[in-house]
Design a protein around this ligand. Structure first.
Ligand code: ZN
Length: 75
């Protein structure tokens, strides 16, 4: 009977420990996924290289990867 009581106590403690661990595991999984806000990529009209829209050189009609490529197509 004493052994059964000890077994029951150990099982309750193990259950409580697992329940307290679950939210931490879910947080770790969520942190591993990439952020939803990825920058928009635009292709260069001259060479086709995809660059973030914030870093792209904006021409009259399209985006370019550098000022040199903009001048090559839009003198
Ligand atoms: Zn380019």
């Amino acid at each position: 009977m004493k052994f059964l009581l000890m077994f029951f106590i150990v099982m309750v403690i193990a259950f409580q420990w697992r329940q307290s661990r679950k939210p931490k595991v879910q947080k770790a999984k969520r942190a591993a996924t990439p952020p939803a806000t990825t920058p928009a990529m635009v292709p260069c009209a001259h060479c086709g290289l995809h660059v973030p829209e914030a870093d792209a050189v904006r021409g009259a009609h399209a985006y370019y990867c550098s000022a040199a490529h903009r001048q090559a197509l839009e003198p």
